[in-house]
Design a protein around this ligand. Sequence first.
Ligand code: MN
Length: 286
Amino acid sequence: MKLCRFDEDRLGVVEGDRVRDVTPALEALPRVSYPLPRLDPLIANLALVRERIAAVITSAPRRPLAEVRLLSPVANPGKIAAAPVNYRKHLDEARGDPAIHHQNQVGEIQRVGLFLKATSSLVGPSEGVAVQHPDRRNDHEVELAVVIGKAGRNIARASAMEYVAGYCIGLDMTVRGPEERSLRKSVDSYTVLGPCFVTADELRDPTRLELSLSVNGEPRQKANTRDLILGIPELIAFATSFYTLHPGDVLLTGTPEGVGPVQAGDRMLAEIEGIGRMEVAVRAAR
Ligand code: MN
């Protein structure tokens, strides 16, 4: 199933180029009160919501997908963890280009591990990316985003995929510069998730997906998830050897080679096989 959030926090099921408005299914969610749990309620209660969707979908109104404003499919991730350099060719590219590495040491992922992006950086495709520090390079990074479905710590590689709820396309936007990654990648709107959330039962093999990104029609990145240095089970095992992953936590699996700058007025088109394509506009921050 492909779920999306759209317009004023409506819930949709994507069917080809249409979306079914199944917002009433959100009534299955338990009421939450202060203090809020460290999870995304929709992802944590996905089975309940899907049962309710099944009950309402045949009478759900349909809208053309192109006419709705897509929001981040995960509204409230507790954290956004990301793999810094997880494709061999991007490692070579980052080490070879001073405009990317800025004298920061670019180490192997096995040594440097993961970093975190502020959850306040998260937007959906319709909200676009607002470039901060336009005097610097602001780069696109297209990545397969993994959404965690249940809480786990010290998860073994062999059982890691049981913790995956589904997948989105992710953009890990980045201001290049000498500062820590977590700062440069946490600018408001510098994490884009969309166009939908594909449940793990629909996308059974995430290990060989074509992914690509173009800017204003010009191809920039094109790769396949088979070339990930650390695969999804390895990333989950690594992450949870340090911290608990909770339902709705997002794991950005790293970007392939071909990262490059965008500026206000550009349009990015990101595509991942089995998930879909999303167009994201770039504008100047106020
Ligand atoms: Mn990245």
